[in-house]
Design a protein around this ligand. Structure first.
Ligand SMILES: [Zn+2]
Length: 172
């Protein structure tokens, strides 16, 4: 199924996060839609994070490490190894994604702590740590996006779907 790209805006931030249709499709392909589905997690990369817009150019899936239905455990050596390999190809890590077995996902206390730890650790490299949670509902509701700036975890809201910008709608 073709998915539209999504643009997320962070309150008070000068930049937007662009999630192309291919990235939306990849994320939703890991949704925990069955009772036996276990949690999946991966990282998000951008080839050229801009000042105004940061586009997600690659969505990876990390090797599962004792994945369960509820509970994110990251294999930190695998996280670092993947980042180094992508960095050599010119791709910068933006943050993480993982799945939740709920329609509209919401970060758990452990998620918030993990996002804060990684945002502080990568402060020099990041404008903010992008933290995506994939629920079981269709896009955009099923894809929750947050950005941790080292202090606060901000909810980013989907702005518009590509191809139906307000100016185009007025012209048609
Ligand atoms: Zn979680």
């Amino acid at each position: 199924m073709a998915e539209s790209s999504l643009v997320y805006r962070i309150p008070d931030a000068s930049w937007v996060l662009e999630l192309p249709g291919e990235g939306v499709r990849t994320l939703l392909s890991h949704a925990q839609r069955r009772w036996w589905s276990t949690e999946a997690a991966g990282q998000l990369y951008s080839a050229a994070p801009g000042k105004d817009a940061v586009r997600v150019d690659a969505v990876t899936k990390l090797p599962a490490r004792a994945a369960s239905r509820t509970g994110l455990r990251l294999d930190i050596p695998a996280v670092a190894k993947e980042r180094e390999a992508f960095f050599r190809e010119g791709l910068h890590c933006l943050g993480f994604w993982h799945t939740h077995p709920e329609p509209t996902p919401c970060p758990s206390p452990d998620d918030i702590a993990l996002a804060a730890d990684h945002a502080r650790a990568g402060r020099a490299a990041f404008t903010g740590l992008v933290f995506v949670i994939v629920g079981t509902a269709a896009a955009p509701g099923g894809i929750g996006v947050w950005v941790h700036d080292g202090t606060t975890l901000w909810r980013a809201l989907p702005q518009a779907e590509a191809g139906i910008s307000p100016s185009m709608a007025l012209l048609s």
